[in-house]
Design a protein around this ligand. Structure first.
Ligand SMILES: *Cc1c(COP(=O)(O)O)cnc(C)c1O
Length: 394
């Protein structure tokens, strides 16, 4: 074990069982550890590093901003804030944006906004129930944890935020069964990420949307993982043709700088008034310079177009592995957000892949998750498939 691992373990809370690697450098779609060993990265820092490591335009924009001004607070305007807000508004198709420092905070904000919207309609007896999905993941703060459909994550931290009910993902009847006169919001990931890479069906999203419209329920899509071009459209909802009232985004939004956002259509967003919500760092010039740069690069380099070029190739190659391997039950996913459901322990596969120079991740208990940088090329897919084939098709 290297001295850095010993130091970190001596001082950090034990919230993660880290892999025994000290990563020191990234280049394109490759990572390097302290011994100089090279890894092909199909994890992207948990679907964060969309543009890969060392994108020059991104690095230049962030460095320039550091020399100008890093932070001001939300009591003032800044140029990066204005630019990033317009960009996120356009990218999400929403009308109003609030910047956060993480995904979990974007969920907090989205849930507060939905409750405020319902409260304004009837402050005496506001609708306040939220329907979320089983096997969802929305974050670790108390509010986000309360809407996360994973009993194991919640168990030790009760009492949670009240008024939350859970339905089965992709089962419209089970959602309908949870709707009452008090339902104010339905929250879901169009493609469940941590829960095991489960894309929603078109019928399910359309059905939930109709249910929301009939009952004046706010529809919230958590696109923190599946957004930002990963599934082959800027946000996954766009290929489903089902528009939410509120969307949350983070992960790839800052290409590694910690930033997220929730955004809403005007009708709902207007419910937030000065004093209702805030943050010291959220939307600071450094984070916003990163967001502005990321979304500019998305336009200039047609990153979403690239995803649509590479993803069919990745899917074909993964299907070949499914055919050949006795250890893979099925492939699931959209675009460059792919999962292989395994019949052997996923942790062992992740470890073997790492030993062979490939970084992957797990999702749920038995799914190998592949969420590479969006800029991968076919040769990287071939390299990844070569390593996986050795491990899974023996
Ligand atoms: C990662 C994730 C979150 C939480 O984001 P953090 O930045 O880790 O707080 C919420 N929702 C989804 C779908 C995620 O993938």
């Amino acid at each position: 074990m290297s001295q850095w691992m010993e130091m970190a373990d001596a001082a950090l809370m034990h919230t993660y069982n880290r892999f025994p690697l000290v990563l020191t450098k990234g280049e394109g779609v490759y990572l390097y550890d302290e011994t100089g060993k090279k890894y092909l990265d199909f994890g992207a820092g948990i679907a964060v590093f969309g543009l890969g490591y060392g994108n020059q335009k991104f690095n230049d924009a962030v460095k320039k901003q550091i020399d100008e001004i890093v932070h001001t607070s939300n009591l003032f305007y800044t140029i990066p804030l204005a630019k990033a807000a317009m960009k996120v508004k356009a990218a999400t198709g929403m009308d109003q944006v609030f910047f956060t420092n993480s995904g979990t905070e974007a969920i907090e904000g989205a849930v507060k906004l939905a409750r405020k919207y319902a409260w304004l309609k009837n402050p005496e007896q506001p609708k306040n129930e939220i329907i979320a999905m089983q096997h969802s993941f929305h974050g670790r703060s108390m509010g986000a944890l309360s809407v996360t459909g994973n009993a194991h994550y919640q168990e030790a931290f009760k009492p949670l935020v009240g008024g939350v009910k859970f339905a089965q993902f992709n089962d419209l009847e089970s959602v309908k069964a949870q709707v009452t006169d008090a339902t104010c919001a339905i929250l879901l990931e169009p493609v469940q990420g941590e829960g095991g890479i489960f894309p929603a069906t078109k019928e399910f999203l359309a059905g939930v949307k109709a249910l929301c419209e009939e009952n004046d329920i706010v529809l919230i899509f958590d696109e923190i993982q599946c957004g930002m071009g990963r599934t082959g459209s800027m946000y996954a909802y766009m290929q489903y043709g089902v528009k939410p009232d509120i969307i949350t985004t983070a992960k790839a939004l800052g290409n590694g700088l910690p930033v997220g956002a929730f955004a809403a259509v005007k009708k709902v967003g207007d419910a937030i008034q000065p004093g209702d919500h805030g943050t010291t760092y959220g939307g600071n010039p450094l984070a916003c310079a990163a967001v502005d740069a990321v979304l500019t690069i998305f336009e200039e380099d047609d990153v979403v177009g690239h995803v649509n070029e590479i993803a069919p190739y990745l899917i074909t190659k993964l299907e070949e592995v499914v055919e050949k391997s006795p250890h893979v039950k099925e492939r699931r996913g959209l675009g460059l957000m792919q999962g292989l459901e395994l019949t052997c322990p996923v942790g062992d596969v992740v470890k073997k892949a790492m030993a062979n120079g490939l970084i992957t991740m797990s999702a749920g208990s038995n799914v190998l998750r592949l969420v590479p940088p969006l800029v991968i090329e076919k040769e990287h897919v071939d390299e990844m498939i070569g390593i996986l084939t050795d491990i899974l098709c023996e």
